[in-house]
Design a protein around this ligand. Structure first.
Ligand code: MGD
Ligand code: MGD
Ligand code: SF4
Ligand code: MO
Length: 814
């Protein structure tokens, strides 16, 4: 790979110069990496009088090369949303949230958490991390320390509503839950996509700016695209072959493909063979799941399943890629495991055009053992699941997390270890997780709740203290998470476009001060948190014989760090110790913050390169293709072979719209309307059978509740499947998202009661669950009546306008 010293572009333009100098200007242009989805496009923004008035794709960005989507183009509008909180809110004695100063807010945090912490029950404080933490620098840097300080087992994130099955599968296969191979979209000859719609989502667990363009180029260079999805999505429309599978049955389909590979002698592990173990066991496991055995359950003809397997094996190179629709399902971990098993068995794991492991600039520098060329892996510690269990239902932890669906009961069930205080950082589980009504009731039973969030929404309205971070234009950006998942290795950093507004605090400072509150030293300066991390990390590096800084003086290294603040100094440290780093002078032409700042459009680090066996952390030092937990779960899969899908039964799947983002972007006027609506998509045959007319309303009933939504009759969904998007249901009082509340939609997750999950990963089943649908008269509404709750009607509009008006404008509000 073309590691460092290979600038992707040279900086000459005015915007380059300013970005390089990092000088925020009140007017002019600047660069900002888009934080709004995983594609991480470079934006060029126009600033006028301290506001972003325009955002376009940065044509010189080494990675995204000018691509932008409607969300990125609305960056300025989102940034300037008048509903965004700019000052902290603290609940006063009569239960109302009022604006206050930062010192008062942190004093309230210390006072609220103090008694809970003083009781000495570490599990009494729970943490929920929402999705945007992977899109901010602070969200990557501080939560690990927060959790280390709390030592709570009540740790929850949006991962158990999303990609935890992937982590578990990769943890078991490679010994490292973060070792996630991504499809080499630019070089593959054949791409098999299951349960993902990157043309609208712009990709996930695969950082691929202009995913749609790259799929079109794949077709143009003679490659083939197959999409497995119960809906004919925009991605499916680009495909050579669309398989409209019955939801929830992907694990059966993929196991049958594995069976075909063995049965027809199509496996070809090639150079991978020495690094694989468990191949014979996989063969045994898959044997009974022939295409003929699974075709009814999948509703895909056996001949088609055989063709899918043969095409995958015959392609010169092929990649298999699954996302949300293959994760948030009953057999999520098995499906994710099978995705990589198919790659491995066809020799496509870790080779160009297949699925490859990226190497991020802030990753730990690769270490190898055995032979000098690194051909032999060092046995690792392996990946353990279920090291502890949730208190009430006994759910196993995965990656130190408990399932989000367990949070409500951990708050409401009395006893030792009961959750009494909650920190939500960038999350809205009331809408994103199953049974928000139950969770809301639970939130009302907490002694204390803090939310770090720019909005007063369905979740944060329950907090006692709301801490709003500085807006994105005032925040620096580096993709710690997504640089580990790109389709091509690269590194980019953008400084804040503008200085913080009056009274604004950076997300980093807020998190650091939260940490200091937990440590019992709320008055200490925020930078002491970063100093401590840096001292520890450099101490470790100096003592590590594999580190480029081995044997150096940690204090001397710390003095050499550049950067304007703790966040930049930490970034500098990670870059310099990383795989492309200058090793604090050991390899002077390589990467440091200074060098990165001199390349404001980023530095290209070359195409993905093979990394086996160096990425492996399994105990055997091999890819463990047939791990025990998976083997046991395959028994459960057998039950799915039988008794699925009668002519009358309906299951629900979700969908994402291009101009949306989970629950929090419905407040931007430019992103609303058009197809971005909360409708129930129904197949024409089902609509006729159920007496549902296009535009009329339907009542949808599930185990957790009932919602009423307008019907959209379309053959884009297959028969037996209805689709409702998530992130809607903005009809609660006491929120402050006025645009969203004007057309609130309904909360699909209220149809779930939280009992359905993928047992290995604790991930909620959000796709492919049974519902009943009947015609309904009247306006759409959620079933939820507002619970009698401490904050249900006790909010004062935080800055004069808003909350009460907003809820009054919302039809169907409880
Ligand atoms: N039915 C169904 N449910 C789903 C899904 C589905 O497909 N179907 N998808 C699931 C998936 S994939 C995910 S990731 C989860 C998401 O679950 P969550 O992360 O809980 O929900 P979001 O809607 O992303 O809420 C993000 C929150 O972060 C706040 N926020 C935005 N930007 C920032 C920032 O810069 N800093 C801070 N501190 N806060 C910020 C927003 O105001 C909002 O409150 O939802 C899941 N829920
Ligand atoms: N515009 C937009 N972009 C986003 C987001 C957003 O909300 N809006 N959210 C971001 C987040 S947090 C994430 S995690 C990613 C998600 O990125 P994706 O996974 O690409 O997005 P989804 O639209 O959830 O795609 C899931 C697909 O799975 C299909 N599906 C449902 N059930 C099944 C099944 O059983 N089998 C199969 N084979 N398919 C099934 C659905 O019909 C849907 O098309 O998107 C990110 N980008
Ligand atoms: S694709 Fe994603 S990263 Fe790119 S501009 Fe759109 S929202 Fe931003
Ligand atoms: Mo997600």
């Amino acid at each position: 790979m073309t590691a460092t010293g290979t600038p992707g572009t040279s900086g000459t333009s005015a915007e380059t110069a300013r970005a390089a100098a990092g000088t925020p200007a009140e007017s002019g242009t600047a660069l900002r990496i888009c934080p709004l989805c995983e594609a991480t496009c470079g934006l060029a923004v126009t600033v006028e009088d301290g506001r972003i008035t325009k955002a376009r794709g940065d044509r010189d960005d080494v990675f995204s090369r000018g691509f932008v989507c409607p969300k990125g183009a609305s960056f300025g509008e989102l940034d300037a949303d008048p509903d965004r909180l700019t000052r902290p809110l603290v609940r006063d004695a009569d239960g109302r949230l009022r604006e206050t100063g930062w010192d008062e807010a942190f004093a309230a945090v210390a006072a609220g958490l103090g008694p809970v912490l003083a009781d000495g029950d570490a599990d009494a404080v729970a943490v929920y991390l929402g999705n945007p933490n992977v899109h901010t620098m602070a969200g990557a840097l501080y939560p690990p320390q927060l959790l280390a300080a709390l030592r709570t087992r009540n740790f929850y994130t949006a991962s158990t509503l999303d990609q935890m099955p992937k982590h578990v599968a990769c943890g078991l296969l490679y010994g490292d839950p973060q070792a996630i191979p991504v499809p080499d979209v630019d070089r593959t000859d054949h791409l098999l996509i299951l349960g993902a719609n990157p043309v609208e989502s712009n990709g996930s667990l695969a950082t691929v700016p202009d995913f749609p363009g790259r799929l079109k180029r794949l077709r143009r260079r003679g490659g083939t695209l197959t999409v497995v999805d119960p809906r004919r999505t925009r991605t499916a429309r680009l495909a050579d072959r669309h398989v409209a599978i019955r939801p929830g049955s992907d694990a059966l389909l993929l196991t049958a493909m594995v069976a075909v590979l063995f049965e027809e002698g199509l496996t070809c592990t090639g150079g991978l063979a020495p690094h694989l173990s468990g191949v014979a066991e996989v063969r045994e496991l898959a044997r009974e799941f022939t295409p003929e055995a699974v075709e009814d359950a999948c509703d895909v003809p056996a001949a088609d399943i055989r063709a899918l397997a043969r095409e995958l094996a015959a392609a010169p190179s092929a990649a298999v890629y699954g996302r949300v629709g293959s994760s948030t399902v009953e057999f999520g971990t098995l499906t994710n495991w099978l995705v990589d098993v198919l790659s491995a068995l066809t020799g496509n794991l870790d080779r160009p055009g297949g699925s490859m492991f990226p190497l991020s600039a802030t990753a730990r520098a690769p270490r190898t053992g055995g032979t000098a060329d690194g051909a032999t892996a060092v046995p690792g510690k392996g990946f353990a699941l279920g090291r502890w269990h949730s208190r009430v239902s006994g759910h196993p932890e995965a990656k130190s997390e408990l399932p989000v669906v367990a949070l409500a009961e951990e708050i409401t069930t009395p006893g030792e270890g009961r959750v009494r205080a909650l920190l939500t950082l960038a999350g809205n589980p009331v809408l994103s997780a199953p049974d928000g009504e139950r969770l809301e009731k639970a939130l009302g039973a907490l002694d204390f709740m803090v939310s770090l969030d720019p909005y007063l929404n369905e979740t944060t309205r329950h907090a006692d203290v709301v801490l709003p971070p500085a807006r994105p234009s005032r925040s620096p950006h580096f993709d710690f998470a997504f640089n580990a998942l790109p389709v091509r290795n690269q590194v980019r950093y953008t400084r804040p476009v503008l200085p913080p507004g009056p009274g604004e605090r950076s997300e980093a400072e807020i998190m650091a001060r939260l940490l200091l509150c937990l440590a019992g030293t709320p008055g200490a300066p925020a930078h002491t948190v970063d100093d401590a991390v840096i001292a520890r990390a450099l101490g470790r590096a100096a003592a590590d014989p594999h580190s480029p800084a081995h044997g150096r003086e940690p204090e001397e290294l710390a003095r050499r760090l550049t950067g304007r603040d703790g966040v930049e100094r930490r970034l500098d440290m990670m870059l310099r110790l990383g795989p492309y780093g200058d090793g604090f002078g050991a390899r002077p032409d390589r990467l440091s913050l200074e060098k990165l700042l001199a390349h404001p459009h980023g530095i290209d680090l070359g195409p993905l390169a093979p990394r086996l066996p160096e990425v492996l952390r399994t105990r055997s030092g091999t890819v463990e293709l047939c791990p025990e937990p998976v083997r046991r779960d395959v028994r459960r899969l057998r039950t799915a072979l039988h008794g699925r899908g009668t002519a009358e039964s309906l299951v629900l799947v979700g969908r994402r719209h291009l101009r949306s983002n989970n629950s929090w972007m419905h407040n931007v006027p430019a992103l609303r309307g058009g197809s971005n609506r909360c409708t129930l998509q129904v197949h024409p045959g089902d609509a006729a059978r159920l007496g549902l007319a296009d535009g009329a309303h339907a009542r949808v009933t599930g185990d957790g509740g009932e919602v009423t939504a307008p019907v959209e009759v379309t053959d884009a969904v297959r028969a037996g499947v209805v689709s409702l998007p998530h992130g809607w249901g903005h009809d609660r009082p006491g929120t402050r998202m006025r645009v969203a509340a004007a057309e609130p939609g309904v909360n699909v997750n209220q149809l779930l009661d939280g009992t359905l999950l993928d047992p290995l990963s604790g991930t909620a089943v959000l796709n492919g669950f049974p519902v009943r649908v009947t015609p309904a008269a009247g306006t759409p509404s959620g079933s939820g009546q507002e619970s009698a709750h401490k904050s249900a009607s006790a909010h004062e509009s935080p800055s004069g306008a808003g909350a009460e008006t907003a809820s009054a404008a919302a039809p169907g509000a409880g």
